[in-house]
Write a protein that binds this ligand. Structure first.
Ligand SMILES: Nc1ncnc2c1ncn2[C@@H]1O[C@H](COP(=O)(O)OP(=O)(O)OP(=O)(O)O)[C@@H](O)[C@H]1O
Ligand SMILES: [Mg+2]
Length: 333
């Protein structure tokens, strides 16, 4: 078997594995997306939500406690606490903890006037500021409630460290509150997080530091019992393998020869591409060794650098894996 067909085989195999992972996420009830800052969490969350909506599921894409919602430029509308519909099946929301607190209290205390009094009470606000985890519990609670009203909720979580404390708060709160409504809610939420229909997706880049953080996040979530199964891993801006071993040795040979300016130019482009491919290959290898599920590779988009353009490009790429075409995405006009 020649080198070229070996590459092709590996790619087909990867495509099938990636499609299976994606189908599994699209069929979940709750997908929690996290990863290092700036890796593409929002882009991936939005792409996944669009794909599930294209399949006819009723989907909520929720940012968690964002001061400046990243979804606003993506859909051209600011996400609200209650959610705004951006396509027939897709609603976007921003679950801030202040709104979540009001909603939480309204459930416990039937009188709106009393809720208002509680919210403006100094003792209560100091309690909330200083009781570890109270903000996180109400925010997670709002997220958990949304699962009841949608077929799928995709949560664009904060970056890994913060996302971990947010999720693990269910354990700390159960230690802190021996009884009462907060404890009950914390244990219900913990049960939701580890339900088989809940998935964690980690988004990373083919860079050493990012891969380290992805592996650490996985290990921590696993250690603290926050995973019902291995999380899906998306290696974003990955340069898919194209060079065969023969082509690589050709690049190396060319480097030793006297070249014209134009040949030099080609060689530089080839080396640059090769470096990106090698970075992807080594990141993928390290991830595969540490996390018992294959990373799904997502190529860089060339769609002009806007956030909406990247979401569309990533959704189109992932859509191709599972047979959902661009037109079906119902991108908001
Ligand atoms: N595959 C891609 N190709 C090209 N650009 C991308 C790709 N994925 C994401 N981007 C761009 O990279 C930037 C960061 O992406 P995004 O905002 O999704 O990351 P994030 O992890 O949500 O960041 P933050 O930690 O700030 O929330 C954005 O400008 C986005 O449009
Ligand atoms: Mg983001």
């Amino acid at each position: 078997m020649g080198a070229a067909s070996r590459v092709a085989d590996r790619t087909d195999d990867d495509r099938e594995a990636a499609a299976a992972i994606l189908r599994d996420l699209l069929g979940a009830r709750l997908v929690l997306v996290t990863g290092k800052g700036g890796t593409g969490k929002t882009t991936f969350s939005a792409a996944l939500a669009l794909l599930a909506a294209a399949k006819g599921r009723k989907v909520l894409l929720a940012e968690i406690d964002s001061q400046r919602p990243a979804l606003t430029p993506v859909f051209g509308q600011a996400p609200t606490f209650d959610g705004v519909a951006v396509t027939e099946h897709l609603t976007v929301a921003n679950l801030t903890w202040q709104d979540a607190l009001q909603a939480f209290l309204r459930k416990l205390v039937p009188s709106r006037r009393i809720v208002k009094l509680i919210l403006t009470n100094r003792v209560v606000s100091r309690f909330l500021d200083f009781t570890p985890g109270s903000q996180e519990i109400v925010t997670l609670s709002a997220l958990g409630e949304r699962v009841e009203s949608y077929d799928l909720v995709v949560a664009d979580m904060p970056a890994s460290g913060h996302a971990f404390s947010l999720l693990d708060i269910t354990r700390s709160a159960m230690g802190l509150f021996r009884s009462g409504p907060v404890r009950t809610r914390a244990s219900e939420l913990r049960a939701l997080l580890i339900e088989p229909s809940t998935r964690v997706a980690l988004v990373g880049l083919p860079e050493e530091m990012v891969v380290n953080e992805t592996i650490e996040t996985y290990a921590k979530l696993d250690k603290f019992g926050l995973l019902s199964r291995a999380p899906a891993v998306f290696l974003n801006r990955a340069t898919l393998p194209t060079f065969t071993d023969d082509e690589r040795s050709l690049l190396a040979r060319l480097g030793k020869q006297e070249l014209t300016e134009l040949q030099e130019e080609f060689l530089r482009a080839g080396r640059w591409e090769d470096e990106l491919e090698q970075a992807t290959a080594s990141s993928r290898h390290r991830l595969a060794e540490a996390i018992p599920i294959r990373p799904v590779l997502v190529p860089p988009s060339t769609a002009g650098g806007t956030s909406a353009g990247s979401v569309q490009a990533v959704a189109a790429h992932l859509g191709r894996l599972v047979g959902i075409g661009r037109k079906q995405l119902g991108w908001p006009a």
